[in-house]
Write a protein of this length. Structure first.
Length: 461
């Protein structure tokens, strides 16, 4: 808990969706932040006689929610947005790998800044990046991404990815953009040891994250799982994203993706998979039995025509599910708060129709569900005393939302709500829709310059 002398911030007069186990809500309530923790949350005014109050916020007209938690992304793609816009996944990868294979540290840092800034100004307080492209001689890519996250002020998980199946081995990426099995494992272990923080209020954590079955050898999959469990960190990869992946796994391994993952040690409560679009009943049962998590990326799945994930069935079975932006080469907006709406709408096009998801379930996916998937549900994902002070104040009294009586419905189904304030670890990082920690305009300039530099390098190659 926060120390007795911790400075307090008092927030009052706002609607509150706590997203706790009971889905507790208050039409008009208060939050007290003490240091980096939530000290109290409830209906009405804050308790009288609080000491060390350094700030009081009258949040009339706002909805307070837990900060949004992003569970799948590829930051480097910020500088390759708007390309291959009419491709399915495999054709899109073939089109873009020759460009991605030429990224360097300067590009990766700028792209991470852009990705993080866009999410943070839209209510994300915990971000993750699955970075798996490490071209030979490209510099300290992992370090540059972690540095950008620290500067932005968000809580962050780096899923240190890897690929060891290049073109000569039947994979999609160019050979100079993949690592050896030994090199990938050594670099991943070094990243974990240098950057992973296992403490309750950690701002940076690292997961072990080989890219996907069609760009990673079985030996790397198996040994990566062993490495992660030896180091006590989580595991992440792509799974069951397309029908082509299903066919690939049957042709190469003689089994579907879920059975392959289980055979390599890749199902468990310390694992989460991105996408999981093409899941059978037995696949969902295996995920539920093992508590394997899912990062649902509705916009990217639609952009690449991958299909509609069976999210209602996963939730019914007890599978942990969070939301992901995915890389911005397949979701150009790069914003997680729009995924709340898209998750609800796209899933209603599936078998369950209007009963698929409701507004509160969508908000839970983007907050508590994401915290579960990242293994941090004890610390973040709901507004409860003792949890870390990661929260957002959404302005709900403007033209866009004022006539919608229910603020949660307004947030999920209405236009993107303005973020008046976003707090991470008790520190405010957004005020009135602008970042307080970094210069958005400068980032726009640098990301455009790096996108143009990458395009020139690729064209010469």
């Amino acid at each position: 808990m926060a120390p007795p002398a911790a400075e307090r911030i008092v927030i009052e007069n706002c609607a509150i969706a706590t997203v706790d186990a009971l889905d507790t809500e208050h039409a008009s309530g208060h939050l007290v932040l003490a240091g980096n923790r939530i000290e109290s949350v409830g209906a009405g005014k804050a308790p009288e006689g609080l000491e060390n109050v350094v700030r009081r916020i009258d949040a009339t007209g706002h909805l307070a929610t837990p900060g949004l938690v992003n569970t799948h992304h590829h930051f480097y793609q910020w500088i390759t947005r708007g390309l291959a816009t009419d491709h399915n996944l495999f054709d899109w990868l073939v089109a873009l790998y020759p460009t991605w294979a030429r990224i360097d540290e300067r590009m990766t840092y700028a792209a991470a800044q852009g990705s993080l800034a866009m999410m943070a100004r839209g209510g994300v307080t915990t971000a993750m990046d699955h970075h798996y492209v490490y071209p030979h001689g490209s510099g300290d890519l992992s370090g540059s991404i972690i540095r950008a996250a620290a500067e932005t002020g968000v809580r962050f998980t780096l899923a240190r990815g890897s690929m060891d199946r290049g073109e000569k081995d039947g994979g999609l990426p160019p050979d100079f953009a993949v690592e050896t099995l030994e090199g990938a494992l050594a670099a991943t272990e070094e990243t974990v040891r240098e950057h992973h923080d296992a403490s309750f209020d950690a701002m940076t954590q690292v997961a072990v994250a080989p890219c996907s079955p069609f760009s990673v050898s079985t030996d790397l999959m198996r040994q990566a799982a062993e490495l992660a469990r030896r180091l006590g960190v989580r595991l992440h990869t792509h799974g069951s994203e397309t029908v082509e992946e299903e066919k690939f796994c049957h042709e190469l391994f003689g089994m579907g993706p879920t059975d392959y993952f289980e055979s390599t040690g890749w199902l468990g409560a310390d694992v989460w998979m991105a996408h999981c679009v093409h899941m059978t009943d037995s696949d969902i049962a295996a995920f539920a039995r093992t508590r394997t998590g899912v990062a649902h990326c509705p916009s990217s799945n639609a952009r690449l025509a991958a299909g509609i994930a069976r999210v209602p069935d996963m939730l019914e079975a007890g599978v942990p599910v969070g939301l992901g932006v995915d890389g911005t080469a397949s979701n150009e907006s790069g914003e997680l708060h729009t995924e709340l709406r898209n998750a609800l709408l796209i899933n209603r096009l599936g078998a369950h129709r209007e009963a698929a998801l409701n507004a509160r379930q969508a908000l839970r996916l983007g907050t508590h569900g994401g915290a579960q998937v990242l293994g941090r549900a004890e610390q973040i994902g709901s507004l409860e005393p003792g949890k870390l002070a990661d929260l957002v104040l959404w302005k709900m009294d403007t033209l866009a939302h004022a006539s919608i009586a229910d603020p949660v419905t307004a947030l999920v189904l209405g236009a993107a709500a303005p973020v008046t304030a976003s707090f991470v670890n008790g520190r405010q990082i957004v005020e009135n829709g602008r970042l307080l920690t970094v210069d958005e305009d400068a980032i726009a300039v640098s990301t455009r310059a790096e996108a143009q530099r990458l395009a020139r390098i690729t064209a010469r190659a």
